[in-house]
Design a protein around this ligand. Sequence first.
Ligand code: ADP
Ligand code: MG
Length: 572
Amino acid sequence: MRDLQQLDHTLRQLEGRPYGAYKSISGEWSWPMGALHFDYVQADPFAPPSRVRLHLPAEWVGLAPELLRSESRRLGVAALLARAFSRAAIENRSRDRIDGNGRSGEIRMADPRQVVACQTAVQIDATGSIEARIHLGLPAQGRRILGKAARRLVVEELPSLVAAALRAEAHGPESLLEAARTNEDQEALRDALAEHHLVAFVADDALLPRLSGRDDRPLGSDEAVLFRSPDRLRVTLPTPNAGPVTGLGIPEGITLIVGGGFHGKSTLLRALDHGVRNHCPADGRERVVCRSDAVKVRAEDGRAVAGVDISPFIDGLPGGRTTAAFTTTNASGSTSQAAAIAEALEVGAGTLLIDEDTAATNFMIRDRRMQELVPAEREPITPFVDRVRALHSEAGVNSVLVLGGSGDYLDVADCVIAMTDFLPEDVTERAREVAAEFPTGRHVASSEFPWARSERVPVRGCVSARKGRRTRRIRIFTGGMVEFGSERIDLSALEQVEGEDELRSIASALALASERYIDGERSIPEAIRAVLAEVELRGLDVLDPRRLGDLSEFRIFEVAAALNRLRTLEIR
Ligand code: ADP
Ligand code: MG
């Protein structure tokens, strides 16, 4: 096999040659600490950067056996290493800028940020060897190769970054162990929820607020009020490493989060919806977990809806349009929210999370006076307040609702948590008294949940990521826009998606579903589950044969959500 010296020599020789000559470095090279594969060599300096894959042997990496004992431990350590590498690479770039065009001299790895999930940037196997995937911008001036700069990048900077970030000795043994243990504990906490009849758990001393809406890092500890559970809702859950942990247990059923504006309601709910994923040590949410089938739903007017049964919530539209298979290219706030719920239930959501800030008011409530003014025959909407109980009793679906503005929900809640100055209080008893003392006088719709559980079957060929001669065209834009074939899908409303890597995985999963499983026979859940089963069996690389370094874990709910927002979706 060609070695590092030969690579060094080859790159020097390329100095001044046309950019396309870089292709000669494709393939595998051996280097002192393992093997390096150029999987893709860019065709020009402005193209997406080249991709290299490194194999680092276990002896060289030096991870202690206790870090490798379980998959969740390895994932915790892998996330720490990927974070370290991606940040060191950014620092290196600002220090050591290579002149040149486009992405010349860039070294980049996908940054898992605060999240710990299965990803392809750094993967650790059970023996402790590592596969790392890195983007390199091969340097050029104009269309001429900067060979000396390239050799510095590949033969000097890359190895030194690898040694500085991907080796055990570069990190304190304590921080590695902490990453491994914390991740294992989060899995255990989440696994314990069902057995304790909880939908979510927030440990005492958790730090929930984030730096900003755009920045997922924790708010400074001098500003943040740490979480403290109210006595009656305090539970203790076991963890394998940290021992018993106490905190707020949110019970199954219907939970309301109430309180004045700016007292931390939405922040608590956001911590819960992100609790379907694990977080790194010192994130503040590393002991905040939610059942993994929890789905945040919201109003999203303007979206498309294809053949969704929203009749439990909306029925008898003017003009007699059917709502048992409701289709529109431009949904209203209430129909979009009804559709989001029906679509989530179709793929198995077990808990719904709703925030008044992003919900359609007429979908959530309709008070006594409005019932009087607008007769039921002329109101197509049965508000969520009249369905949420039956949704639990008949379909087993829990709800956690942030609602500071409507007391009508007090009648249907099992548990009421009031946020005051960012701290929760259990006001369930008091809420019962208030409800008894001040009846709403509302007419309540029937207590059934008129739900015909059914799975929609997409028409064969209506979903395709093809564009021109390319069998698959997917591009991800910041803010949640996805280019999918010749379509664009707006996924900005999917608040539980952790970043662009997850979006890429969701879009790739949808593409794979369209290529293999959306055949006019399989239902939406069947087609997506088939993709998930492949990923489970063979890893994230089944999504894309190019061995991308920026894929990460995703759920059935978000793939379904992407499919449901695709404007070409047609139901048989
Ligand atoms: P609400 O939904 O009740 O109106 P938010 O959750 O939006 O309130 O919080 C209001 C503001 O307070 C936000 O800027 C948020 O970052 C901040 N905040 C939330 N929780 C805490 C906390 N525990 N400590 C400090 N600041 C917080
Ligand atoms: Mg709010």
